[in-house]
Design a protein around this ligand. Structure first.
Ligand code: 4GX
Length: 247
């Protein structure tokens, strides 16, 4: 998969994309990440990427020319194919795990990172296929949002995670929050690991973990239960929990 990130701060992308699991995925050739410097597509001495809004108003707006030329340079390399072009903006569709899974099926993504107050509307209308938000808060630029998407998408690509960890991602796709985790020692300053986890009874452990995941989800994110994949046993457990705590 090829992912190109158009930005005035390529070092910010490179710093994250070269570390840890992401860095290894790149070295293995599973994902080809390129931070594309928007200033390379300017023609003036000052390498200008922004300008004052027409008619006035606060702040600066990202200019059309460098962004159009950058996207055209990246798409003409692969004539015929039409990559998704994402714009990071609080006005976009909220990024979530199903969207990460959807994007992980693409072979080529371009992400545009805005700074300043925003981008010229013609960029949105002509170049962008998806406006994406990572949440309802205001960042200073799109770079951190692009990195969040890069991270969540890359870890879904085959070969990026080991077999063990990929099972963990399955459990989020089951739509429930994670059960509590423990490691050694079994007793730390008098705080005991739950007895069942030391029992060696795998069927009891499976049931305990599932019940804990259901309980957590019910307490913290009841909204997730509506879309979770639940068995008859799950539904019975949930009803018991709801009875125990009252309406
Ligand atoms: N999830 N920001 C982008 C500048 C901007 C504004 C409008 C394009 C259009 C954000 C978020 C986010 C702040 C990134 C404003 N660029 N991006 N930036 N939340 O807050 O994605």
């Amino acid at each position: 998969m090829r992912i190109e990130i158009i930005t005035t701060l390529p070092q910010m992308i490179e710093a994250v994309a070269s570390e840890s699991i992401l860095g290894r995925a790149r070295q293995k050739g599973i994902v080809d990440v390129e931070a594309v410097n928007l200033r390379d597509f300017t023609h003036d001495k000052h390498k200008t990427t922004d300008d004052a809004p027409f008619v006035g108003g606060p702040g600066m707006v990202m200019k059309c020319e460098p962004v159009f030329e950058a996207v055209e340079a990246l798409t003409s390399r692969r004539a015929g194919q039409k990559p998704r072009v994402l714009l990071m903006t609080p006005q976009g569709r909220r990024f979530d795990q199903p969207m990460a899974e959807e994007l992980a099926r693409e072979s080529h993504l371009i992400m545009i990172c805005g700074r300043y107050e925003g981008v010229d509307e013609r960029i949105r209308e002509q170049l962008v296929t998806d406006e994406v938000s990572i949440g309802d808060y205001v960042l200073t630029g799109g770079e951190l949002a692009a990195l969040v998407i890069l991270d969540a998408v890359t870890r879904l690509l085959p070969g990026v995670l080991g077999d063990e960890t990929s099972a963990v991602s399955e459990s989020f796709s089951s739509g429930l929050l994670e059960y509590p985790q423990y490691t050694r020692p079994a007793n730390y300053r008098g705080m005991q690991v739950p007895e069942v986890l030391l029992s060696g009874n795998h069927e009891e452990i499976r049931k305990w973990r599932r019940a804990q995941a259901l309980k957590r989800t019910l307490q913290r994110r009841p909204d997730l239960l509506e879309r979770a994949h639940l068995t008859e046993e799950d539904r019975r457990l949930l009803l018991d929990m709801q009875k125990a705590t009252g309406p």
